[in-house]
Design a binder for this molecule. Sequence first.
Ligand code: KIV
Length: 274
Amino acid sequence: MTNPVRTTDFKDKKRRGEKIVMLTAYDANMARLLDRAGIDAILVGDSLGMVVLGYPTTVQVTMDAIVHHTAAVSRGTSHALVVADMPFLSYQIEAAEALRNAKRLMQDGGAAAVKLEGGKPVLDVVKRLVDIGVPVMGHVGLLPQAVHQAGGFVRQATTPREADELLVDAIALEEAGAFAIVLEAIPSDVARAVTHELAIPTIGIGAGPECDGQILVSSDMLGLFDGTIPSFVRQYAHLKETVVTATQAYIDDVRAGRFGRRTPLPDRESTPTS
Ligand code: KIV
């Protein structure tokens, strides 16, 4: 595999017109598989709360949970850039706390960068983090951590005024030093305008094809998540059905006395020597 991807490669890729491809992961095995496939970057998203931990939103995700899963993903990754989400209220209370939490994600979790949600209200904290050498990915549009304020997971920037505000936020995040910005659930013409305006790459999710890169939640894209999947997600596999079918075959085998193995076990397990 080629050299590890760095945050500085993101801007170079945009300059060269190369699309950036990202997925989420939450454990070492999935990270290893995505890394082997050649993904550019893995986000340990706070979607962890919904797709792995069984919460209804991302609001319940804690620093401890994200650090634990980021460390697992880092252990499974050798090429992709690992970005860790800063959970709800881990960066908004005061800058010093945001710095301490970013420290945990990088030192204990092994992340190379952090992502945080919002525009104007988080600019100061983005500047502080970047000033001391923490690479920051921004996130505007639909902000899942603000789901209760937004009244659900609803599309954003659908009026000209909201679109202008989003553009102002994106420019301010670039000026604050963010190395890339996620654009979530916004109209594609708004995403195109933001992408055109910024020198740093935009990474879209439900924001149309003209962003500099794309990100999806891996278990949505693989058809593994057994819950509601956003309508813009293309499913490249249907692993949920595979898991149920394989489990039923195993249940049948065991119940029929076939013990789920094609070949009988030797009396004692031996380590292959050849
Ligand atoms: O938490 C997450 O998975 C995210 C992506 C959807 C961008 O923030």
